[in-house]
Design a protein around this ligand. Sequence first.
Ligand code: MGD
Ligand code: MGD
Ligand code: SF4
Ligand code: MO
Length: 747
Amino acid sequence: MTTAYVTCPLCEATCGLEVTLDGTAVTGVRGDRDDVFSRGYVCPKGASLGALHHDPDRLHTPLIRRDGELVEASWDEAFAEIDARLPGLIDAHGRDAVAVYVGNPVSHNVSASVYLRALVKALRTTNVYTAGSVDQIPKHYSSGYLFGGAMTIPVPDLDRTEHLLVLGANPLVSNGSLMTAGDVRSRLRGIRERGGRIVVVDPRRTRTAEFADEHHPIRPGTDALLLLAMVHTLFAEDLVRLGTLARHVTGVDEIRELATDYSPEAVTGATGLPAADIRRLARELAAADRAAVYGRIGTTTQEFGTLTSWLVDVLNVLTGHLDREGCAMFPLAAAGQANTAPGKPFRAGRRHTRVRGLPEVIGEVPVATLADEIETPGDGQVRALITIAGNPCLSAPNAARLDAALADLDFMVSIDIYRNETTSRADVVLPAPSPLERPHYDVTLYQLAVRSVANWTPATLDTGIPQEWRTLLRLSGVIAGQGPDADVDALDDLLAADLADRYGVAADESRRGPERIVDLMLRAGPFDLTLADLEAAPHGVDLGPMQPRVPDVLATESGKVELAPEAIVSDMPRLADSLARWSSSRSNSAASNGAVSNSAASNGAASNGAGGRASGRTTDLILIGRRQLSSNNSWMHNLEPLVRGSNRCTAQLHPDDANGLDLADGDPVTVTARTGSIDVPVEITDAVRPGVVSIPHGWGHDVAGVRTTVATQHSGANANVLTDDLALDVPTGTAALGGIPVTLTKP
Ligand SMILES: Nc1nc2c(c(=O)[nH]1)N[C@H]1C(S)=C(S)[C@@H](COP(=O)(O)OP(=O)(O)OC[C@H]3O[C@@H](n4cnc5c(=O)[nH]c(N)nc54)[C@H](O)[C@@H]3O)O[C@H]1N2
Ligand SMILES: Nc1nc2c(c(=O)[nH]1)N[C@H]1C(S)=C(S)[C@@H](COP(=O)(O)OP(=O)(O)OC[C@H]3O[C@@H](n4cnc5c(=O)[nH]c(N)nc54)[C@H](O)[C@@H]3O)O[C@H]1N2
Ligand code: SF4
Ligand SMILES: [Mo]
């Protein structure tokens, strides 16, 4: 029997876990009570790391498509196949003919995230897509223009704050996002135990909302209006106090001007929140000494993702709650913190996509247009796709269209641990090691952590699957014309030398792969650590709470916080239009006699002008998503312990809306949107706001060709058949996955 201490790579919380093994069999996974950050916390997913490792459906051998079927092959055969097909395709059609899609787990995988750079560099394609464009890109964009760096994202100082205003986030289920906090539950409890307040704005009464002091069930997609009305109130009531930050901020007068028309009364109809409550939210935020406004997925994957993300921080600045203890602060990671050295000011839209002209942001383009780029002939048409740790057939908007488009590709390669809804479409599938088979250090997420911590995890097990960095370098070698057997170690030396040069430290030549890279990042980092220091500290190293970082952290042209950048403010007319449309649709609608809380009038549909309407056996509603404690986006449904009980794919519906359709709990219902329709059972609950239907994403596993036995038995339906590839946050092209108008029909 042995024990290993590992950092869980499954979500952003970076919990420390204690794994017990009998030889190579994992016999138990529990929270590591001595972990400096998570102090013993573990969630159902983390506890399933052993089950994941031993899942018989996990891939161990490459697959190659022969006569239409994926069959097992050796690594040499797989790379020979790639070498036979990919370089020729690039020669014939150019660099942009190959697209890359990078999925969420890459952010939690140092091997993949660092070495992906080599692949993208070798490819030199502009068609780089990531899960970021169905996630956090609006926050990179707003932070980039406000503070100068895409990773200069303020996070709430959870352990010291006394007032937390949460919009569109459910940390008690998601365990925190763009806010890395091991054991977020205890940290939130701490706020209340200190006598502080937690206020949640969410169309659904989530676990976090239930736990909070207050919940405001906002109409989806109207957060920017709420936040502007709060800004309006601050100016109207002379509550703007920048404090010591004042000399580092420009644009305050422009903000006052922009908020003029957005009084609480002006937005109350659209948001569904009483004007008196909006005023009170603004006053209480201003009055709190230590406070932070925080927004997540509900604020980024919506029609006004950029404006909302921006206004979250505008409020933090105007109330003096940026860069101060207990407020929204800039983290400092021990390794790789992107904003420690002065860089060029952030700029997006340096190029645009071929078909729809959507902007590049942080070197990526929106996955909402990947199908367009595959389907539309012409110079630069995407003919090959490489996916790494992604499942866009379940995670991207208008998923059915994307799935169909994949069949038009000339060649597709996937690196994954499963043969899933996306990788089953590939011509070559390359297995990646399970989380317990690879070393881990969370280079990405520690940059967003509420405390500076560092924890290194060596690989616990080895089943012979090559490390992902080796696979990525070998693939880079093929693309660089070095054939199927490139000297991976030589490529690794080059990459390490390049990084050592950039960071100004010498690489430790006794190490290689991610070990060497993390070591040099640590040594170049602000805490002067080495990998050996972390190897000697299996429960992690705590490096203290966040510290003020302004002005050094700012990298804008002016060197200040630029509160009203043109690249963001230019989206304001779209918001004004939506407010005007909402007001006119409401006054024209038969159901608009004042009541905003009944389902017929509360649909809002600000984006399409339709009034909420129940007629016969159909009703029009607004779709939002829902994260589930035992799900991990699309990919852990193959583990029996995680698909038991309440972890089901249902359409949550308010009793008023269910009554209108004469639906009982558990009845099947057909949900139809512009892009398609799905059948799901209804779950009647007053937790969702009237006029809103909530369906979780990541389900829909009954697809031919997959090898996920358990998931297929618990299939559920694919919510992204309903989300619309045309519904975008315009400045960034990020998909508006929430706020989609749908029709429910009782079959
Ligand atoms: N258990 C579990 N944990 C996860 C994941 C998982 O799948 N399962 N996924 C991980 C990933 S990839 C991410 S990005 C994070 C996300 O982390 P969170 O953002 O905290 O997760 P969600 O539960 O999606 O919370 C979004 C909330 O926004 C609300 N919402 C929807 N539309 C609107 C709107 O227009 N306005 C407002 N104010 N609210 C709205 C939803 O009702 C929902 O409660 O979670 C991570 N953690
Ligand atoms: N409707 C709706 N859609 C959404 C969302 C929503 O809230 N609502 N949320 C969006 C968000 S926030 C996100 S992040 C995306 C996620 O979208 P994706 O990243 O496209 O999908 P995942 O479900 O995370 O799939 C991850 C894949 O990586 C594989 N994998 C796991 N670990 C590894 C590894 O170490 N190496 C390799 N090579 N593969 C690995 C898994 O088997 C799985 O196939 O979904 C988005 N889609
Ligand atoms: S909360 Fe996240 S990091 Fe912690 S055990 Fe669960 S999945 Fe792993
Ligand atoms: Mo995400």
